[in-house]
Design a protein around this ligand. Structure first.
Ligand code: FES
Length: 105
């Protein structure tokens, strides 16, 4: 059983604007869409590029790597477009009292 670690305040996350956080050796892109928050590994699986610098598509919901345009589902980390073929990790998010907590593996 892993503990959930507080990484941000919900009010500090602008909807549609990713925020990169470092926690216990994990680099994570937090993405708020409405009142939902997703946590996805920040490193693109195609090359060493920060996904938090990409564009968020809340309708899908996904994030697009700015380098070559692969999009990754925020729910599963699976790429939906090439050139990336491997998923990136996703983390369970818990919202508690205005805190955004992430469960680490
Ligand atoms: S580095 Fe992300 S798609 Fe190429």
């Amino acid at each position: 059983m892993t503990a959930a670690v507080a990484v941000a305040r919900l009010d500090d996350l602008a909807p549609g604007t990713p925020q990169r956080v470092e926690v216990e050796g994990h680099t994570i892109a937090l993405v708020r869409c409405g009142d939902r928050v997703y946590a996805i590994g920040d490193r693109c699986s195609h090359a060493d590029v920060s996904l938090s610098e990409g564009e968020v598509l809340c309708d899908e919901p996904s994030i697009e790597c700015w380098k070559h345009g692969s999009t990754f589902l925020l729910t599963t980390g699976e790429p939906t477009t090439l050139p990336a073929t491997r998923p990136v990790p996703v983390y369970e998010v818990i919202l508690e009292g205005g805190d955004v907590k992430v469960k680490l593996p």
